[in-house]
Ligand binder design. Structure first.
Ligand code: MD3
Ligand code: FE
Length: 228
């Protein structure tokens, strides 16, 4: 019998044969990384839908619970529920935009489709948080724990300039690792990683031409309430 397998089965993304510098990313259990999952055309189409969302539900600056310190990231949402924060009532989900008082725009079909394709979760996402990172914006280490349903994963899509993403453990002081998230990347965080600490250290200017205004947009699709 002749051998039907060998090194030519494998993508040699960087370096030459025999190198250990192969193109792979190790992440903790429950984290699935899809580098450049969205094509250029897919990113442009998704961005056009998100621009419509922002036109109906303008980006605003949430403030921190108790201190009232403004976030450096501007936010809006689409879908039936949206994540909001202010000094008085803190982190929570609301059905109405805090400034316009109108319901969030509907979840784009494109995002329901992406969620169904990659998560296998039996219910649709209820919230899509749109984060916009301008020049010096960052997001400190935190856990996403304002949802009732932790058995559902969170799906994130990156658009525009690359960012340094940091992922830690279940305790704030656990060691962290960094991953550069690029435009078109999708990350699904579920299972044992659903409650890991994470954040965005910084955005790298000039790393993408997708957004004319520069900066970075991140979408996070979430299940908020427990389904029957
Ligand atoms: C790891 N957003 O909105 S997305 C957030 O790029 C948030 O804007 C970041 O953290 C951003 O809450 C990171 C990647 C992500 C999202 C949810 C996670 C990573 C996660 C939940 C658990 C662990
Ligand atoms: Fe988060």
């Amino acid at each position: 019998m002749t051998k039907d397998y060998g090194p030519d089965m494998f993508l040699q993304g960087c370096g030459s044969e025999g190198t250990t510098d192969l193109n792979h990313v190790c992440l903790p259990a429950g984290c699935t990384y899809f580098p450049r999952f969205l094509t250029e055309a897919g990113q442009i189409a998704l961005l056009a839908r998100i621009r419509q969302v922002i036109a109906e539900a303008p980006l605003y600056t949430p403030t921190m619970p108790r201190t009232g310190k403004p976030f450096s990231v501007a936010m809006t949402n689409c879908g039936p529920l949206g994540w909001v924060s202010d000094k008085e009532a803190g982190y929570r989900y609301e059905a109405l935009h805090p400034q316009t008082g109108r319901p969030w725009p509907p979840m784009p079909d494109m995002l329901d489709y992406l969620w169904a394709s990659l998560t296998g979760y039996k219910h649709k996402p209820q919230a899509c948080l749109v984060n916009f990172y301008g020049g010096k914006a960052k997001l400190g280490l935190h856990r996403d724990e304002d949802e009732e349903e932790f058995s559902a994963p969170i799906l994130s899509v990156s658009l525009g300039n690359s960012a340094i993403f940091r992922i830690g453990g279940l305790k704030r002081r656990d060691p962290t690792e960094r991953l550069e998230l690029q435009s078109g990347d999708v990350l699904v965080m579920g299972g044992a990683s659903r409650l890991r600490y994470h954040g965005i250290d910084r955005v790298l200017p000039g790393t993408s031409d997708l957004l004319e205004e520069g900066g970075r947009i991140n979408l996070t699709l979430r299940r908020v309430t427990k389904a029957e």
